[in-house]
Design a protein around this ligand. Structure first.
Ligand code: ADP
Length: 159
C-alpha cells in the first residue's frame, strides 16, 4: 500500500527549512501532500492561493508531491486522503514541546495515524517564517531563506 504523508503547516511563506524536510521525507514516503492550513481566525501575510502557488512552483517536477489546503482537523484531512502519517519538522526543544502536545492529541483523536518528525539540518535551525516575513515587510532581501524557485518579487503580501 502506498505510504502517504501529510505535511501540514502555515507556510507563510514556505522556506528552505520546509523544503529540506519535504525532500528528505521523499526517501521515506511514496507520496507527500503539503497541506496549507486555512485558518479563518489566523491572519496570514500571503494569501492561501499565493502560498499554494509558491509551493507548487518548488515541486513542479516532483509528481510524488501534491499541494493542497484544508480547514478543520489535520487528522480528518489525513483520513479523507488515505494518509497514515503526519510529517513535521523539529528545530529546537521548544518545537519539540509544541509538537509533542499536538502529536499526542492527534493520536488521541486518531490512533492509527502516526506523527513522524525529522530533525532539521543544522543550517536550517534558525530559519522560521516569522523572521522571513519580517525581513520582507521591512524591505530586506529574504531570497536566500526561500527555495530558489520562489521569486519573492513576484508575490505581494496582504499588509
Ligand atoms: P505551523 O503554523 O503549523 O507551525 P509552519 O509553516 O510554521 O506551520 O511549520 C510547518 C512545519 O515545518 C512544522 O513542523 C515546523 O516545525 C516545520 N518547520 C518550520 N521551519 C522549519 C525549519 N527551518 N526547518 C525544519 N522544519 C521547519
Amino acid at each position: 500500500m502506498k505510504k502517504i504523508a501529510v505535511f501540514p503547516g502555515s507556510f507563510d511563506p514556505f522556506t528552505i527549512g520546509h523544503e529540506g524536510i519535504v525532500l528528505r521525507a521523499l526517501d521515506i514516503f511514496d507520496e507527500i501532500i503539503i497541506a496549507v492550513g486555512a485558518n479563518a481566525l489566523k491572519k496570514s501575510y500571503y494569501s492561501l492561493e499565493t502560498r499554494k502557488t509558491m509551493i507548487s512552483k518548488v515541486f513542479r517536477n516532483e509528481p510524488r508531491i501534491k499541494v493542497d489546503h484544508y480547514e478543520g482537523l489535520t487528522v480528518d484531512y489525513c483520513k479523507k486522503h488515505g494518509a497514515k502519517y503526519i510529517l513535521r519538522g523539529l528545530r529546537t526543544a521548544a518545537d519539540f514541546e509544541f509538537e509533542r502536545a499536538i502529536a499526542q492529541v492527534n493520536r488521541a483523536l486518531a490512533e492509527n495515524i502516526e506523527s513522524v518528525f525529522l530533525l532539521t539540518k543544522p543550517e536550517h535551525t534558525p530559519i522560521n517564517s516569522t523572521i522571513v516575513r519580517d525581513i520582507i515587510r521591512s524591505g530586506g532581501d529574504a531570497s536566500r531563506f526561500v527555495p530558489s524557485a520562489i521569486n519573492l518579487k513576484d508575490y505581494r503580501g496582504e499588509d
